[in-house]
Design a protein around this ligand. Structure first.
Ligand code: FPP
Length: 247
């Protein structure tokens, strides 16, 4: 989707979420070690973040490391942590100059102290930015996200700030790491799975799965996904004619 198309009024997702899959396969196809695929994947991250901000996406959430990814070989986990720390340091200034707010969503307590420091630095540096919010989901799980929301609500009830009668969907949603509903979920690498990503927030998301492996994911691929999205009729449980009457 080009800037011109958007000016013509094509509908953009407010919250775009991406499961970046296929780094390992990309490397294996080239006879390289998996880490090479992650490094190339980081370049795709830079491209897609820049493009998303340019076209006016409000919130972009990228699945960088799941709470299950610790089960990978230790060398791969360490390489991913290093790449993550390196990318945060390398890109902090440019993200800030582009007015992008960066947040890391997930359980940060498992990361090394130095990575936690880099995370706090970029989060504080960019906290007042408003062009786009970039959520990087790291040590993130959708069920853990919902469980954390319940725990936070229970604590508020215990301290007398809330009553159990206050519990409703809006309150649970407000307590998630990222409360905004996902409009478009993209998964690269061809698998048709949610993989415990933003479980609550994808309730009404349009889903676009592409065989393209994440390191190859380019502007034309995101444009294809955005074109798909702009043509969807989002019914939220209603009928097609009800939606047309609303317009
Ligand atoms: C999935 O591919 C990818 C990951 C588990 C890691 C994602 C990390 C990056 C894109 C690089 C760094 C991130 C940032 C935010 C700078 P896979 O390894 O599961 O691929 P496979 O299915 O082909 O094995």
């Amino acid at each position: 989707m080009t800037v011109q198309n958007i000016q013509k009024g094509e509908v953009l997702p407010r919250h775009l979420a991406i499961i970046m899959d296929g780094n390992g396969r990309w490397a294996q196809q080239r006879g390289e070690i998996r880490v090479k695929g992650h490094k190339e994947g980081a370049n795709a991250v830079y491209r897609i973040v820049k493009h998303s901000a340019l076209i006016g996406i409000n919130t972009l959430t990228l699945f960088a490391f799941s709470s299950e990814n610790w089960k990978r070989p230790i060398t791969e986990v360490n390489a991913l942590m290093e790449l993550f720390a390196f990318s945060l340091k390398k890109e902090a200034k440019e993200l800030h100059q582009n007015n992008i707010k960066v947040r890391i969503i997930g359980d940060k307590s498992k990361f090394s102290k130095s990575l936690q420091k880099s995370i706090s630095y970029i989060e504080e540096l960019t906290s007042n930015n408003s062009a786009m919010t970039l959520n990087i989901a790291a040590n993130y799980g959708g069920r853990a996200d919902i469980t954390k929301a319940f725990i936070d609500i229970a604590k508020e009830i215990e301290s007398g700030n809330l009553s159990s009668l206050d519990i409703d969907e809006a309150l649970i949603q407000k307590n998630l790491y990222e409360p905004l509903d996902v409009d478009l979920l993209i998964r690269t690498g061809g698998e048709k799975r949610i993989s415990n990503f933003l479980l609550w927030q994808v309730a009404y998301a349009e889903i676009f799965v592409t065989d393209t492996l994440w390191p190859d994911f380019d502007i034309k691929d995101i444009d294809e996904a955005l074109d798909f999205f702009s043509k969807r009729e989002r019914r939220f449980g209603m009928t097609s004619s009800q939606i047309k009457e609303q317009k």
